[in-house]
Every structure is written in C-alpha cells, then in structure tokens.
Design a protein around this ligand. Sequence first.
Ligand SMILES: [Zn+2]
Length: 177
Amino acid sequence: MRLCNVCPEEERWRAFPAWGPEPPAPAGTSWRALMGRALRLARRAARLGEVPVGALVVDFEGRVLAGAHNETETSHDPTAHAEVLALRRAAAAAGNHRLGGCVLVVTLEPCLMCTGAIREARVAGVVFGASDARAGAVCSCLEGLDYAQTGAAPWSYGGVEARACAGLLQEFFRARR
Ligand SMILES: [Zn+2]
C-alpha cells in the first residue's frame, strides 16, 4: 500500500523512508522552482487548447533533460500525455531508455498509463502538483507505481504548488463549458 503526503487519511511521509519528509531537490534548485517550469509548459498547453498539464525530467544535478505538455488534441494521439512525451524526449536526449537517477516533475498526479511509463523508464521518483481524484494512479484511485514486482518502485511526492496546478485545470475546464 502506497502512503503519500497528499492523502490526509493516510499516514504521512511513509512513502519516503530513505528520504525523510521531503525528498531533497537537486542541488541549486527546488521542487517549487521546477514545478514553476512545468506550470509554464502547462500554460502553453492551455493556449493550444490542450488540457494544461506540463512535465519535465530533471537529473540529480538539476539539469532539465526534457519538458513537454499534453498534445493529445494537436497530435490526435491518446497517449500523448505530458509525462509520456517528457520521458520519451528525455530518453532520446540521454541516449538511454533507462532514466535512473532522474525525477519526473509533473503538474498533475499521473494516470495509470503514465505510471506504467514511469516504471518502464526506471526514474527514481515522481514529484507532482495537484492530485487527481478521478484518474490519479499514484495514490488517489490506485497505486500504479507499486503494482509490478520487478525493480524498486519510484518514490512519489505530491502537493507541490498544488493550488496553482489545480487552478489552471479548473480555469481551463470552466472556460470550455
Ligand atoms: Zn497520463
């Protein structure tokens, strides 16, 4: 059972036994600053009529390998979620389909498809902004990072700039109604 820091009914912090309460951000940056960059990508998505979700892959030295936003509408691709595109581009940039030592930073709790991709990429951890009560597969609806018996599950840390991340989505869907 995954215990996370955004589910108040659960015991806080136990998902990060090796990290303590908050996983340390790469040197010279902070999770909030990185989430700010992901939010900029999300805002760009909104301007294109895409669901405003942004993601980036950062390595342990704080280098951003790749960033992406949702492109399902523009590319007519149901799998073109920000996380999948960011992982794909980061792996291409690294010349390696394994992204061990990297962290995925994303404005919204990943869905089941994306948690699968995150596991396949072998990233060390996931930092997300808003939780997704309808489809979140880190802790809200199910625990997609933990299902497989192979390898270690990535750690997760949610709630970074959650209000801004959720606000952007609410604003987007309100305008579309
Ligand atoms: Zn997804």
